[in-house]
Design a protein around this ligand. Sequence first.
Ligand code: SD4
Length: 335
Amino acid sequence: MDRRKFIKNTSITGIAVASGAAISACNSSSENKPDVVITPKSVDKSKFPIAICTWGFVDANAAAGEALSKNKKALDAAIEGVAVEEENIKNTTVGKGGAPDRDGNVTLDACVMDSNGNYGAVLAVENITNVAALACKVMKETPHVMLAGKGAEEFGYSQGFKKENLLTEASKEALEKWKETSEYKPIINIENHDTIGMLCIDKDGDIAGVCSTSGLAYKMKGRIGDSAIIGSGLFVDNAIGAAVATGMGEEVLKTVGSFLIVELMRQGKSPQEACEEAIHRITTKNDKYKNFQVAYIAINKYGETGSYCIHEGFSMMKYQNGKNENIKSDFYNKP
Ligand code: SD4
């Protein structure tokens, strides 16, 4: 059987040709470079479960890790973890208490991807806190993958989500203060936490991910960032790995960063190398990179992880073997 046919006949769960502890590329010289395919036997499941998330969201990552330890599936655990920050009104970058757009509307973007490559997203949703769970409902209960604005909100109520005012007094005051200058200049490493992106591998070795945000503070009404967009804010391929982004969404969107990282891992790069290349893709194309932050985290099928960002100050949480650690990320912009 020739190689092309072999790949074609291979099931998506992955019969495989890779071996050893790292994903290796089948970089034959033929014009038809096959995908990396991983044999379930080469994955050491004793390393699992693992939960990683952007920034120092200790409680959110612990919640996901504990859910995974109780045998929850990767996506359910990630949604549970992210909900901790969506409900935290002190967090002005995610969910309830998130900073509004310049007209005072709190609009949330979120998406989920499961281990079968399914995707669901909601964009610019108002008055609903748990938008990652809502994105999951879009994935499971509708014939679509994305719902935006009022349609997403109404669908949420039909699914039992409650209507809440997401704009806190503190956010209102901060907006009034911002209006004194109305200078739109997204802050690098705002509050040292930001959009929450979470990637989980469950005990079975299956990968899923979630991304949830209130977007950039004082954005224009109607602005959508990367977080809910497949391939940009989040991408999961259960045969290879997953990646998730935080930071200046416009830059992530222009380089389709999370998809890029997963494809680089497919070609044999480690999660760390892939995150670095995705950041370099931005810094080489945009000489204004000193003015904004972008950060990525990634995990591969073996449970290896990586993270990289433009500016110092980003970190990743990692839960494994009952330990929940904050890991500082390496960064591009060094003096
Ligand atoms: C966005 N990436 O809407 C999100 C927001 C974020 O740091 O992560 N800010 O562009």
